[in-house]
Design a protein around this ligand. Sequence first.
Ligand SMILES: CC(C)(COP(=O)(O)OP(=O)(O)OC[C@H]1O[C@@H](n2cnc3c(N)ncnc32)[C@H](O)[C@@H]1OP(=O)(O)O)[C@@H](O)C(=O)NCCC(=O)NCCS
Length: 175
Amino acid sequence: MLKFVAWMPNNSIPEFECRDPQINRYYKEQLQTDIDVRACKAFFLFQDDNVVGFFTLLPHSIKNTNNHGIRKREHKGMGKWLSGVLLGHFAISNEFCGQKHSSGLKYSKILMFYALDSFECIVRNFCGVALLLNPINESVRDKFYIKEYGNLFKKYPTDDDYMYALTDYVLAVLK
Ligand SMILES: CC(C)(COP(=O)(O)OP(=O)(O)OC[C@H]1O[C@@H](n2cnc3c(N)ncnc32)[C@H](O)[C@@H]1OP(=O)(O)O)[C@@H](O)C(=O)NCCC(=O)NCCS
């Protein structure tokens, strides 16, 4: 059975390993502290007792763009900074990577649905112009975020490789 858990501070996180060494290092060395001091909120998906994957959400702002097209189209709420919520880490464990749940959906799709749903809870109770993410490398950006979620997340035209989905758009997708 699938189980989705918003992790509470001061509860030990489970063992986890994915294919990305940078995320594994962060998981081992930093995530527990970040959860405990509420620097981020971490969410876990389990299949029975096994960890399928996790992601984090945290407040974040990026420098706004001077791109005229974007400013004209999406000027609402955009000051000098574009403030929103960062999908900080998004990872599927080695065991479940590339695998499908018995429903036929990829586990990564189920985890992404929960990420959007958790983002919705945050912005319904607080604020945030966009859901932001900063892909860990170009391969993930192109082969995962653009390939599978290119309609949702767009590249943000600043120097630092951010992608974004406007909150209004995410809420519309979830309807
Ligand atoms: C990204 C991820 C959640 C996608 O899971 P998935 O939908 O089950 O799909 P896959 O694992 O088959 O990955 C999709 C593609 O992205 C590539 N990819 C995934 N993570 C990658 C990484 N960290 N570095 C380089 N390429 C990566 C895969 O090689 C694959 O490419 P392919 O289609 O050419 O085989 C999962 O691969 C993962 O957890 N990766 C490690 C953590 C990570 O990099 N998260 C992104 C943080 S920004």
